[in-house]
Design a protein around this ligand. Structure first.
Ligand SMILES: O=C(O)CCC(=O)C(=O)O
Length: 267
């Protein structure tokens, strides 16, 4: 994956970039099948999309399946994060999936839930998050959305006492819905106010959250390996609705790159 100066500039100024078609269709399709099987949904039968109540972002709590790992260990994703974070010595976060069908009562959910995941003042070095669209995603299809004009105002963001943005705080700012094709990765700076928007289209949104960070402590390495080996969710998410413990399936097979991204072997 060729990360250009333009990508780096856009990330620094707008707070996010889109890397179109970075993951092959076949790998995306395997995760789509996994989501369908877990939720009991059939892509062609809208009535089947609502069997499980997965909340605002449609969180599908699977973390250790082979299909998810096959995307995590796809080299182009590591290449992108390595260039942006200026080190190849990265670990992949053990993140999950999203299945967000059209909102049945959009009028009851008029907030876009714009937020930060971490207090602005505590983000002292570049921290990246990411979402991979598994199918083509329109702006109205519950797309990732964000507020680049607020990202450009650190003095406003520094004043914030909590993580959520009220209608008043968002007044006058454009909320940008990011459409992209299947296999496209959106990477954003954690200081960018963002959310997943309401799905007002007639198709579900399917996505895999994926991001990388510089390798960390021995303690955290050991706990990551244990989670992979026992097929478990990270502890902070273990009480999510529908979480299996351990998760179904075999221990995922890791490539040489996958082993480094887990921490099983060292960079
Ligand atoms: O699902 C999305 O599009 C956004 C995810 C989000 O808000 C988050 O990861 O904090």
């Amino acid at each position: 994956m060729n990360i250009t100066r333009q990508h780096q500039y856009s990330l620094a100024t707008e707070g996010y970039i889109v890397l179109p078609g970075i993951v092959p269709q076949a790998l995306c399709s395997d995760v789509v099948k996994l989501i369908m099987s877990f939720t009991g949904a059939d892509q062609t039968k809208p009535d089947s999309w609502y069997k499980k109540d997965l909340g605002h972002n449609g969180i599908v709590p699977i973390h250790q399946h082979q299909a998810i790992w096959d995307i995590r260990q796809h080299p182009s994703i590591h290449q992108a994060f390595a260039k942006l974070l200026a080190t190849e010595k990265l670990w992949v976060r053990l993140d999950r999936l999203s299945f967000k069908p059209p909102q049945r009562q959009p009028e009851a959910f008029d907030k876009s839930n714009i937020h930060l995941d971490f207090p602005y003042q505590k983000i002292t070095s570049l921290r990246l998050q990411g979402i991979l669209y598994l199918t083509d995603t329109e702006e109205s299809q519950g797309a990732f959305c964000c507020v680049p004009e607020l990202f450009k105002q650190p003095e406003v963001l520094k004043q914030k006492k909590d993580l959520w943005f009220s209608d008043e705080e968002l007044e006058g700012y454009e909320i940008k819905n990011v459409a992209a094709t299947a296999g496209s990765l959106i990477i954003w700076d954690s200081r960018l106010p963002h959310s997943g928007n309401i799905n007002t289209s007639d198709q579900p949104r399917l996505a895999q959250y994926i991001s990388m960070c510089p390798e960390d402590s021995e303690e955290s390495r050991a706990s990551r390996i244990a989670l992979w080996q026992a097929r478990r969710a990270p502890e902070k998410w273990r009480n999510m609705p529908y979480q299996q413990d351990p998760e179904d399936g075999e221990v995922a097979k890791l490539t040489e790159l996958g082993q480094k991204l887990l921490g099983l072997t060292r960079w």
